[in-house]
Write a protein that binds this ligand. Structure first.
Ligand code: PMP
Length: 288
């Protein structure tokens, strides 16, 4: 496997980072997860825009243009002979001294990994997924804006551990006011009385690219949508619930905290979203 590091494609065995990289020492960096469908990179420009916003928010000056990064992404996919896969783009603060100050970090590091994707089992889409709410909260936006896709994922990892210990694959995380923020790696949507509702970014949700696609699908289907504060009660009594994410795409949820959602089967509106999503991935990408 070839990995893109700074300006070169290197063998995976040689793709190593310094122990003085602040990405490793402090989680000081940002990332994106992107999908490749049939030799087309899905929503590449949107991912690179979010990467730029993340960089701006943490005051990390990227010395590469959007086009240069886009070219590097495509080059990495081609070098690995990939047609379908998952692309992980990481930008670290770079090598510095043993201190929090970014003053000695002169050279941010760009890493691109393009690999086959580990998909959720088909059964999750056919029968729906059961999830729970966990105690670990999403970061308070005043501490670390969740809209920044940073290398600090420890609270999401703790939430995932809590879910997995109880035999679940995904977990709903609340914000520090007790409203639903999102799942550990996916956004949450409910369908209630004909409306599509999802937490706002200000509730602690990442502005997911798949979330945006779901909102565009709602427009296409003529389903009214809005952002709102949502409690656990709201998801328990929804007719349908689904999650969105780059890797997961659109996953129906059939049980939350032991409450059956709707009739316990993936709902008809969720099915329409999935169908439209699959149609879009083949036409809305950047060709390699
Ligand atoms: N929330 C979190 C915390 C995430 O890490 C992700 C990305 N896996 C998402 C939501 C979904 O965002 P996207 O649709 O851009 O993948």
């Amino acid at each position: 496997m070839k990995i893109y590091m700074n300006n070169n494609l290197v063998d995976a065995s040689e793709a190593t980072v310094s122990v003085f990289d602040h990405g490793l020492l402090y989680g000081d960096g940002i990332f994106e997860g992107i999908r490749l469908y049939d030799s087309c990179v899905f929503k590449l420009d949107e991912h690179l825009e979010r990467l730029e916003y993340s960089a701006k928010a943490i005051m990390l000056e990227m010395p590469w243009s959007r086009q240069q990064i886009a070219d590097a992404v495509c080059e990495t996919c081609r070098a690995n002979d990939l047609k379908d896969g998952y692309i992980r783009l990481v930008v670290t603060r770079g090598v510095g001294s043993l201190g929090l100050s970014i003053k000695n970090c002169d050279q941010p590091q760009l890493i691109i990994i393009a690999d086959k994707i580990q998909l959720y089992p088909q059964e999750f889409y056919d029968n729906g997924l059961k999830i729970i709410t966990v105690p670990t909260r999403r970061s308070n936006p005043a501490a670390l804006p969740p809209a920044v896709k940073s290398l600090n994922y420890l609270n999401n990892i703790l939430a995932k551990i809590e879910a997995q210990h109880l035999g679940y694959h995904e977990a709903i995380m609340l914000n520090d006011q007790g409203y639903i923020a999102e799942c550990t790696g996916d956004n949450v949507f409910i369908v209630h009385k004909g409306e599509l509702i999802t937490p706002a970014a200000s509730s602690g949700a990442l502005k997911g690219i798949t979330r945006d696609t779901a909102l565009a699908i709602a427009e296409e289907l003529g389903i009214p949508w809005r952002e709102a504060n949502m409690t656990r009660y709201d998801v328990w009594v929804a007719e349908e619930v689904f999650l969105t994410g780059t890797a997961a795409e659109i996953v129906p949820i059939v049980e939350i905290d032991a409450r059956v959602i709707g009739d316990g089967k993936p709902g008809p509106i969720t099915a329409k979203f999935l169908e439209s999503f699959h149609r879009r991935v083949s036409v809305e990408g950047t060709m390699l």
